[in-house]
Design a protein around this ligand. Structure first.
Ligand SMILES: Cc1cc2nc3c(=O)[nH]c(=O)nc-3n(C[C@H](O)[C@H](O)[C@H](O)COP(=O)(O)O)c2cc1C
Length: 366
């Protein structure tokens, strides 16, 4: 069924109920990819030791418990980041805790990491790994701490011990605004401590062949001094990449007041420029030496392309799926091919950091 026809019905339901239906529809095969003959070889991206069939991924938070990885990859995402997963199961904040704003194509959420915990997650993830045929595409795992944890490094270390070796890559989430104290890990010393703990756990618990790249996901609400400090810390820490960005606590003035008053992180169209700007800044500050996954407000191929030119090697989206439905990744892949052709690029990697030409020598552009 055409998503634009289904949308008014879905929007009559609370956002979290609609999300539950989407997960159910994916599990039962009701949502299918569009048939396509397209040749995406110009979009294939090799990063770390991983081969991404396209650079367009699904951001963390949609598939928190690794329930529907296969059907999501089949929808044309080059990669899916599942989680955030925590050690213990937790219920998260009271409902309602996800709010849509169709006029602004935005979402506010204050989920607070609800999830079934790492044991259930591991079972689902193993089932995905063991199923044949495995669809093409990369799967990352986003890890976070439980709300009552006072020593975050303990949770992150235990999560790596349990599931690090299963992941194609790991994301340390220190930027969700809905877990008290989590964003404090974005201060230099705490950042260096937590990344050292995770890299140490990776060394200890994952064999040489299984060492996943470790990325850190940051908030868009960092001032210039914090960005400079964290860019240097990221270089010093030995992490493999950054995800920019999580949701914002800011509330642009054109949001309807009732929506803007909801507590939580804002995502979707109003986050677009802010996240592109922080990608641009971090690429410049790190001189393109740390691969960046760009996320925030991507609604179409042009938005994805803008983030790539600002310095992202890969991109992710979430909120726009709510407004445009399950074929969005395929549409973006198709249109990205046209944008590349228009600019005379033969491969997507040629466009990474293109807006910085002249600032950074070509040979170190990722
Ligand atoms: C309902 C909802 C839940 C989310 N949950 C998580 C999460 O568990 N972990 C995380 O790192 N990001 C989470 N995010 C943030 C997204 O991964 C993404 O960084 C952000 O929404 C910006 O992208 P978008 O504008 O395309 O949605 C969530 C976003 C939404 C809308």
């Amino acid at each position: 069924m055409d998503y634009q026809k289904l949308r008014p019905l879905l929007f009559m339901l609370p956002a979290e109920t609609a999300h539950g239906l989407a997960i159910h529809a994916l599990k039962t095969g009701l949502i299918k990819a569009k048939p396509t003959q397209a040749d995406y070889s110009a979009l294939k991206t090799q990063l770390w030791h991983l081969n991404f069939p396209t650079p367009v991924g699904l951001a963390a938070g949609f598939d928190k418990n690794a329930d529907v990885l296969t059907p999501l990859l089949q929808l044309g995402f080059g990669f899916v980041e599942c989680g955030t997963v925590t050690i213990k199961p937790q219920i998260g904040n009271p409902k309602p805790r996800i709010f849509r704003c169709p006029e602004q194509r935005a979402v506010i959420n204050r989920m607070g990491f609800p999830g079934k915990g790492v044991n259930a997650f591991k079972e689902n993830f193993s089932a995905f790994l063991n199923a044949r045929p495995r669809p093409q595409g990369i799967v990352g795992i986003n890890i976070g701490m439980n709300k009552d944890q006072t020593n975050p490094a303990d949770d992150y270390r235990r999560l790596i011990a349990q599931i690090g070796a299963m992941a194609d890559y790991i994301t340390i989430n220190i930027s969700s605004p809905n877990t008290p104290g989590l964003r404090d890990l974005q201060k230099r010393d705490a950042f260096l401590d937590i990344t050292a703990a995770v890299l140490d756990a990776r060394q200890k618990y994952c064999s040489d062949a299984q060492q996943p790249p470790v990325l850190v996901k940051l908030a868009p609400d960092l001032d210039n001094a914090q960005q400079e400090e964290l860019a240097q810390a990221a270089l010093d820490s030995g992490i493999d990449g950054l995800i920019l960005s999580n949701t914002t606590l800011a509330r642009p003035s054109d949001l309807p007041q009732k929506f803007a008053d909801e507590k939580g992180g804002l995502s979707g169209a109003p986050l677009k420029e802010k996240s592109t700007e922080i990608i641009h800044n971090f690429y410049a500050l790190t001189k393109g030496q740390i691969p960046i996954i760009g996320v925030g407000g991507i609604e179409n191929a042009q938005d994805a392309y803008d983030k790539i030119k600002a310095g992202a090697s890969l991109v992710q989206l979430y909120s726009a799926l709510v407004y445009q439905g399950p074929h969005l990744a395929q549409n973006i892949n198709d249109d990205l091919l046209n944008l590349l052709k228009h600019d005379g690029y033969t491969h997507i990697s040629d466009a990474v950091g293109a807006n910085h030409k002249g600032e950074i020598p070509n040979e170190i552009r990722a």
